[in-house]
Design a protein around this ligand. Structure first.
Ligand SMILES: NC(=O)C1=CN([C@@H]2O[C@H](COP(=O)(O)OP(=O)(O)OC[C@H]3O[C@@H](n4cnc5c(N)ncnc54)[C@H](OP(=O)(O)O)[C@@H]3O)[C@@H](O)[C@H]2O)C=CC1
Ligand SMILES: O=C(O)CCC(=O)C(=O)O
Length: 476
């Protein structure tokens, strides 16, 4: 059994949970510790004890540790990508890109640790000066989902440590393998005992204990809106700082003047790669009249060419969905879309492969309406719908008519329209002639409306969540 990591010790728990390969449910990767609330309390206490010293340690020490972690991730990219593909179902090329991204994130925040600064501001009072200083928050609870099992932990852990915080990390129960491997690397990076702790187990138990702890100063969460709201409520009770990254129902607008091949590439990548299990996935394809027929035909032709299979097999473009629950949810929405009157023109059926896995043929609906539930609710699977639009203005109106606002894309060859879309799309991230999913690691990530809450993640702006300011006044 793979143990928890608390106060620089590997700690076994009485219970454990199997980690199953979604490409082959007879392949049990390993058993991972399944903690109770006591383990969470121990981890939080260890982090609190470690904080006074870690918060004041030399920035060079923090930068060196993060750089070392980043280097090892990159050096072990192939091995870790194989584990990622095996436990989560992402195909090897995507898994490898994700591990690289995790390594690059640690290296980026190694640099940011050295650049941490404040401001010196003239006072309105003569003979007085004002400094705005940055201080770490203290102990941070990090709760991550399964769909980016190494990159999301990386973009929460790296800035937390860079800015002098201690961490208690709870990964998703569906993908503890990458979290454990990352922890093993962190455990050898020279951090003092208690600075970083891993506690695995159920969200309802371990996650709930973290959000109910009075000793946690901030919580960073990525996952569903329902859990995000629950975390926000618990955080408000204790006045704990909170950062939530939640769902999306991201539009890709395809205009009459779009380059057809670019538009089809953006749609296939954005809607179906990673089996659609990305919060940035383009689940709504909003297409104007004159390109509609050609786009539908070209997209169906591309879908026919895709190979759906074992995530670790060479040649697979798309792997399985993550588990039975997600598969059932996808199938329910596919049935619902048909009932609602959208036309299913491709896929949507379970696929049989040599191994017993959660394989689903990518589903494409056409002639959908933005009021349908398949166009409004996050499905989180390889399911997309095409919504017809009269013209650009109509397409923009449909794109913005959503409870979510994470990422929005447009395919057009007109600069003026692209500029207008960038300014008027109600989303935290806007893509022109690019898929809505797949972002850079060194710039802010996050959205508007129900997609995000609190300060942005990633990039230099991550400092806003992981530090607080102190204003110091000094007279001559
Ligand atoms: N926006 C995004 O990036 C993501 C969105 N989702 C959406 O969420 C749906 C379900 O995925 P799922 O992973 O179950 O998402 P959840 O929101 O349930 O889980 C995300 C994380 O929160 C934990 N958690 C669950 N309940 C609690 C709680 N009461 N207190 C504290 N932490 C908790 C989970 O633990 P555990 O895994 O042990 O339950 C996991 O670590 C998907 O179908 C998709 O729609 C999912 C992943 C990412
Ligand atoms: O699209 C990406 O690169 C990131 C997506 C993501 O963070 C998510 O799905 O949780």
């Amino acid at each position: 059994m793979k143990p928890h990591y608390i106060n620089h010790q590997w700690v076994e728990s009485a219970a454990s949970c199997p980690n199953i390969n979604p490409s082959d449910i007879n392949d049990r990767i390993d058993d991972y510790g399944w903690a109770n609330r006591d383990a969470v309390d121990q981890a939080v206490a260890a982090a609190n004890n470690a904080f006074p010293a870690w918060g004041k340690v030399s920035i060079q020490t923090r930068a060196d540790a993060l750089d070392q972690i980043g280097s090892e991730l990159i050096q072990r990219r192939a091995e870790l990508a194989d584990l990622l593909a095996r436990e989560e179902g992402k195909v090897l090329a995507e898994a490898s890109a994700e591990v690289l991204r995790a390594g690059q994130i640690f290296k980026f925040f190694a640099g940011e640790a050295l650049r941490m600064g404040g401001q010196l501001i003239a006072s309105v009072r003569p003979g007085c000066e004002v400094e705005v200083l940055r201080e770490p928050m203290g102990v941070i609870g990090l709760i991550s989902p399964w769909n980016f099992p190494i990159a999301i932990p990386a973009w929460k852990i790296a800035p937390a440590l860079a800015y002098g915080n201690c961490v208690v990390f709870k990964p998703s129960e569906l993908a503890p393998g990458c979290a454990w491997a990352l922890t093993e690397i962190i455990s050898r990076a020279g951090l003092p005992a208690g600075v970083f702790n891993l506690v695995m187990g159920a969200g309802a138990d371990v996650g709930q204990a973290l959000i109910e702890s009075d000793q946690i100063n901030a919580i960073s969460f990525t996952g569903s809106v329902a859990t995000g709201k629950r975390i926000a409520q618990a955080a408000m009770q204790r006045l704990t700082k909170v950062q939530l990254e939640m769902g999306g129902k991201n539009p890709l607008v395809v205009l009459d003047d779009a380059h057809l091949e670019t538009a089809v590439n953006c749609a296939v990548n954005g809607a179906y790669f990673s089996a659609g299990q990305r919060c940035t996935a383009s689940s709504r394809l909003i297409v104007t009249k004159n390109i509609y027929k050609a786009f539908v035909e070209a997209l169906i032709n591309r879908l026919r060419e895709l190979s759906i299979g074992d995530a670790r097999a060479s040649g697979s473009d798309i792997g399985p969905v993550v588990d039975q629950q997600q598969l059932d949810k996808d199938l329910r929405y596919i049935a619902l879309g048909q009932k609602e009157g959208a036309r299913l023109v491709f896929g949507g059926d379970r696929l049989k492969r040599e191994t017993d896995g959660y394989y689903l043929n990518p589903a494409l609906f056409i002639d959908a309406d933005n009021t349908m539930r398949i166009a409004r609710e996050e499905i989180f699977g390889p399911v997309a719908c095409i919504i017809p639009a009269d013209n650009y203005e109509h397409a923009l109106e449909i794109a913005n008519d959503s409870d979510f606002g994470l990422s929005a894309g447009i395919c057009t060859t007109t600069l003026k329209t692209a500029m207008h879309f960038k300014r008027n799309a109600q989303a935290g991230m806007v893509m022109v002639n690019l898929p809505t999913a797949g972002v850079d690691y060194h710039v802010p990530f996050g959205g508007t409306k129900a997609s995000s809450y609190g300060p942005r993640e990633q990039g230099a702006q991550a400092i806003e969540f992981f530090t607080r300011t102190k204003t110091a006044y000094t007279a001559d």
